[in-house]
Design a protein. Structure first.
Length: 356
């Protein structure tokens, strides 16, 4: 059960002669604006540090927490300037050499994504990562490198760039790969690429990460991802380890243009989504017409835990994102389970014939 900071402070410091709760409140008041909606969250962060200090954890635990907080704060600060620009995380083998058809394809991908005003995010290393950044150019690239005991250099495009972030922990690096991604493109690669592919699909399937396009990119005639999809159909889907609709969470393509078009189509009407007090809110670039709304009620009502779909302007409770208030909303009480079906719903609202 989550703890309550006030209860914790009063319980553990009531006989110390120090009103620590008031001290923490005073500190939060000094360092955050009165208008901040995050003051309660910052307070709980401070209380978490106090809990750890009181327990006086071992030095390794304390260093992990310190390094984690420092890296996250630095990454948040560095990425703030790109907050409203859509980004595509590209995964693939670091061993793919220049001149290989997949290297050429990844370079074309980077250039094509840039034409769609999309930034390219990779691990900043060689192979597919270097190719994608080469195509996108330094100003349209972000690199999330990893600090290792042995030499780990950035690719030629990212070396020396202010858009290159270095992470000490793999788990934080992976967090930002997904957190910053408005889409993911996976090229053929080794264990790391497969790990990223399955983790991303798991996060989306379970609702731990918002739905974004997951594009499997292979060279024309290549069988890398097709073999993987055959295995998924034969072993996972046929044995009911996944729902048939979960296959909708990814799409196989064989050209850079197809990959970019898949991403552009996904955002043609769908803008973004969020949970708001048990309500699932989809922000729309264009309102849906009456025919489309009626079709939603018939064909996708299984996604509603109760009630039905409603279309209306921004909710009053969404005041924390005023820059999005002009967008129409589609809301419903989502069952929180069928994310493959949810992707099918998003495909439907992205059809031009569904718009008013």
């Amino acid at each position: 059960m989550p703890y309550e900071p006030d209860d914790y402070l009063s319980r553990h410091f009531q006989t110390s002669g120090i009103d620590l709760a008031s001290k923490v409140d005073e500190l939060v008041g000094l360092i955050t604006p009165n208008t901040s909606l995050n003051r309660t969250l910052y307070r709980e962060m401070l209380v978490t540090v106090i809990r750890m200090a009181q327990a006086d954890r071992n030095r390794w635990d304390a260093k992990i927490m310190l390094q984690t907080l420092r890296e996250m704060e630095h990454a948040f600060s560095s990425l703030e300037q790109f907050k409203r620009r859509r980004k595509v995380t590209v995964f693939g083998s670091a061993r793919t050499p220049p001149g290989h058809p997949l290297y050429t394809l990844a370079r074309d991908l980077g250039a094509t994504l840039t034409r769609y005003d999309l930034m390219v995010v990779t691990g900043g290393g060689g192979g597919i990562m270097a190719a994608a950044h080469e195509g996108a150019g330094r100003e349209n690239s972000l690199g999330f490198n990893i600090t290792l005991p042995f030499e780990q250099g950035a690719n030629a495009t990212m070396a020396g760039s202010e858009n290159l972030l270095s992470f000490h922990f793999f788990f934080l690096r992976k967090l930002f790969f997904v957190k910053e991604a408005d889409a993911l493109v996976l090229c053929p690669g080794g264990f790391g690429t497969l790990d990223e592919a399955l983790e991303v699909l798991t996060l989306i399937q379970t609702g731990k990460s918002p739905i974004v396009p997951v594009v499997l990119l292979d060279e024309p005639g290549g069988s890398y991802w097709q073999d993987a999809l055959d295995f998924i159909h034969r072993q996972l889907e046929n044995n009911l380890y996944i729902r048939p609709s979960d296959i909708q969470l990814m799409r196989l393509v064989h050209s850079a243009e197809e990959a970019a078009d898949e991403i552009a189509q996904f955002y043609s009407n769908f803008h973004s989504s969020r949970w708001l007090k048990g309500l699932y809110v989809i922000r729309l670039n264009h309102p849906l017409n009456e025919v489309a709304l009626n079709q939603l009620q018939r064909e996708f009502i299984d996604l509603c835990k109760s009630g039905s779909f409603e279309q209306h302007p921004a909710l009053e409770a969404e005041g924390d994102e005023p820059e999005l208030k002009q967008l129409q909303r589609l809301t419903f009480i989502f069952n929180g389970r069928d994310h493959g079906r949810l992707r099918e719903l998003l495909n439907f609202i992205n059809l031009p014939q569904s718009w008013a």
